[in-house]
Design a protein around this ligand. Structure first.
Ligand code: C2E
Ligand code: MG
Ligand code: MG
Ligand code: MG
Length: 278
């Protein structure tokens, strides 16, 4: 059917592009209804460990989507769709609410870190969504961390910063995510004093083989010491990588070595059933 439609209608687009666009529209429709019914959407949690105390200080909330036909779709694929079709505020609110509810139950009182997209910042609406998630869950603001990337600040830096300041005013912490992958990184450190800086996992992954990646890890760790900002190394998978980031002076680590993202206890049975189905 796709081929037939392609033959008759595509003049500007190659059939390939047309098929991709149709797939995209279908994905968008599915995501819209998944969000409306809160069906197939989950929040997984991955521990972040303090190397000095050995304790889990926080857990990052990561959105997960199980599509009825395609199985698990990664956030790398559906978050951009949500951003482009106006669903990111709804997805963001879903994740914030779930994450605060879960964290309020954690016996160890670890923080929960929630990712926020560029398109959620600077509209003045994020603050209300965060306040609502905190008050309905009863989670103290001090236990919520918001992760933003540099690109989130590039779009409209001034208004983005206003939102971050308002969050800070509420007692919420703010982390700079995927540090080293964007540009004008250092300028952002001047406009807002982040509570944490997370070194992008790509540097950690290659640090043992590529001296320039190890140098970036070290430079960011040194910067953290001078600025008095905690540095988190993302993507630590092996003992050797752990030894390296520890030696370079990173304070916290996150990665498969300490734990993969996993569902909340209440979702675990359903997730296990979905995993057996595919
Ligand atoms: P991120 O915020 O940088 O999250 C870290 C990513 O690294 C996660 O991918 C996590 O599963 C992965 N990771 C953690 N440890 C390791 C490791 O040891 N090795 C490897 N190879 N990967 C590791 P995930 O869950 O696929 O999420 C990808 C990105 O999607 C996130 O990157 C974040 O930018 C975005 N994202 C996820 N959930 C949300 C959300 O609720 N809202 C928004 N706006 N973005 C989200
Ligand atoms: Mg993150
Ligand atoms: Mg990251
Ligand atoms: Mg990332």
């Amino acid at each position: 059917a796709a081929k037939e439609a392609g033959r008759g209608t595509s003049r500007l687009f190659s059939p390939d592009l047309e098929t991709r666009m149709q797939e995209r529209v279908r994905l968008e429709e599915r995501l819209r209804s998944a969000l409306a019914r809160e069906d197939g959407l989950f929040v997984f949690y991955q521990p972040i460990v303090d190397l000095q105390s050995g304790q889990v200080t926080s857990r990052e909330a990561l959105a997960r989507w199980h599509h009825a036909e395609q199985g698990w779709i990664s956030p790398g694929r559906f978050v951009p769709v949500a951003e482009q079709c106006g669903l990111i505020d709804q997805l963001g609110a879903f994740v914030l609410n779930r994450a605060c509810q879960s964290a309020a139950q954690w016996a160890d009182e670890a923080h929960v870190a929630v990712n926020v997209s560029a398109t959620q910042l600077g509209k003045g609406t994020l603050i209300d969504v965060v306040s609502a998630a905190l008050s309905s869950s009863g989670l103290p603001a001090e236990r919520l961390e918001i992760e933003v990337t540099e690109t989130a600040l590039l779009a409209d830096e001034h208004r983005g910063i206003q939102d971050l300041l308002a969050l800070r005013e509420m007692g919420v912490r703010v982390s700079l995510d995927d540090f080293g992958t964007g540009y004008s990184s250092l300028a952002h450190l001047r406009t807002f004093s982040f509570d944490k800086i997370k070194i992008d996992g790509s540097f950690v992954r290659d640090a043992l083989e590529r001296p320039e990646c190890a140098a970036v890890v070290r430079a960011i760790a040194d910067l953290g010491k001078r600025l008095g900002v905690r540095i988190v190394a993302e993507g630590v998978e092996t003992e050797d990588q752990l030894a390296l980031v520890r030696a370079e002076g990173c304070r916290e680590v996150q990665g498969y070595l300490y734990g993969r993202p996993a569902p909340a206890d209440t979702d675990a049975p359903l997730v296990a059933r979905l995993n057996r189905r595919r």
